[in-house]
Structures are given as structure tokens and as C-alpha cells.
Design a binder for this molecule. Sequence first.
Ligand code: ATR
Length: 277
Amino acid sequence: MTKITPDQYRVFGNPIEHSRSPDIHHIFASKSQQIINYQKQLVAIDGFSAAVTDFIHQGGKGANVTVPFKEQALALADELTERASLAGAVNTLTFEEGKIFGDNTDGEGLVQDLLMHGVILKQSKILILGAGGAVRGVLLPMLAQNPNVITIANRTVSKAKALCRHFDDERLSACSFDETIGQKFDLIINATSASLSGDLPSIPASIITNEIICYDMVYGKNETAFIQWAKAQGAKQVIDGLGMLVGQAAVSFAIWRGITPNVKPVIEKLRATLNKT
Ligand code: ATR
């Protein structure tokens, strides 16, 4: 019997130890009868381009890219999708026909997770908290869902305004946290890095109604400060970012393998592992 050599994939980052991407992609592969080998690779801060070149020479088919190399991945790609180009960051590289193709699947991962939770994005009013790379990475796929309004509120308002100029879409507007008072939204997405340090962006409690859905791009074993706060204010539904993580991986997998995997069992499995740690 001939032994099939698995196609090789990587996730490059620094740090990388805690990446769940190899587990996620191996589950996708086993459930869809694909034979792949996906490894995480710690890359020296000044070694990204060399690591990618080495991997291509070894026959690598594709790679995910995480902090702090997403901008370098953008620069390295020969061809970019529009969403990656506007995001200013690449998290998915595909090596084909001697070329490097760059894409960004974060926004589509978020959109798919929201839709899976039954959130209606069409004609909705969305408030996004934060104006960093995480927001820039998701805006184009969010706009493609045809919301009525996306308001970007940030502690540093000038950054939110710069994002609006960058995307140049009349449905986008920028404001401070305080300026959200009196406005009505269907969905609030926390894309600040505040949750990573257990902090809460200082938004007024009055914007939380019993009809609002609150999403935190961060996830963890325990509920994030934002999720706890939103629940305490009486939000209709709260969702954390675990599904976005699996969703962005699913879009990468589909780009590489031509098969869209089922995310639900993977999310459940990861959630169970989180609860055990
Ligand atoms: P990322 O790539 O995760 O978006 P980033 O580009 O450093 O990281 O952006 C972090 C975002 O979280 C910014 O919008 C930041 O607000 P400022 O632009 O005012 O710095 C926001 N942020 C971080 N900690 C915060 C906090 N404690 N309260 C409110 N916003 C916070």
C-alpha cells in the first residue's frame, strides 16, 4: 500500500505555545477525510520571512500567521484579497504555483459565528468598541453583511476617525464612548484589548437594553469582564470569541482544502477543554 504524505501547514507566531490552531485543523481534517499535518512554529522576531521561505522550500502548502507577524505577512504576499489589503494584515498564506497568496479570514470568522448564533446583521445597528488591528481586520466582511450603521467608539477617538477614513463607507461613523449615550444599537462588539487584562471599556450602562446582543472577541475559561458586565446590565444575549477563533480557522481550511468544515463540534470540544483547565 502506498503511504500518503500529508500536506504540510503551519501557524507562525511569537509567542505560539498556546495556539489551538493545530488541534482545530486536525479535527477539521479528520472529520472531512483530509490528510494534513499542521504544526505550530515559534518564529524569532526578526525571522518571519526566512521561516516562510524555509517552509515553502520544504513543500509547505499554507500557513496561518498570528501576532506579531500579520503585517509582515501582508508585505510578503505576492497577491492579496481585498479584505486582507483593507485589513492591513494577513492571517492566511497559501503557497501555490511559486506564489504567495495572502488573505485575512478573521472578519469572515466573526461574521460566520454571529450568523451561527442567529444574530441578524442585515439592516442592523452595530457598535464596535475599539479601533485597533482587531477592528480593522473585520470591517470589510461586517460591511458586506449590509448593516445600516456601524459606529466605531474608541477611547482615542482620532483612531476611530482614521479607520472610518480608511474604509470610506457612509455607513461608518466614529465617536467617543460617552457619545454613545442615547444611541440605540442591536449589537455591540467589544474589540478592545481591555478584556485581555480583565478591564472593561468605560461605556455607558444605558446603552445595554434587554434587546441587545453583546459579543466579546476575547474568550477564556471564565467569562470576560465585558460579558459579565453586559449580562449584569440585562443584555438579551452574550457571546464570547471562541467561535470566531474556530470560524477564522474554518475559512482558512476552506481556502486550502476546498471544503467548509463543520465548526460546531470543534467549538464544543474546545469549550470542554477550557472548562477542564
Ligand atoms: P488589537 O490588534 O487587539 O486591536 P491594538 O491595535 O493595540 O490591538 O488596539 C487595542 C484597542 O483596544 C484600542 O482600540 C485601544 O484603545 P486606544 O486606541 O484608545 O488605545 C483599546 N483598549 C485597550 N485597553 C483599553 C481599555 N482599558 N479601555 C478601553 N479601550 C482599551
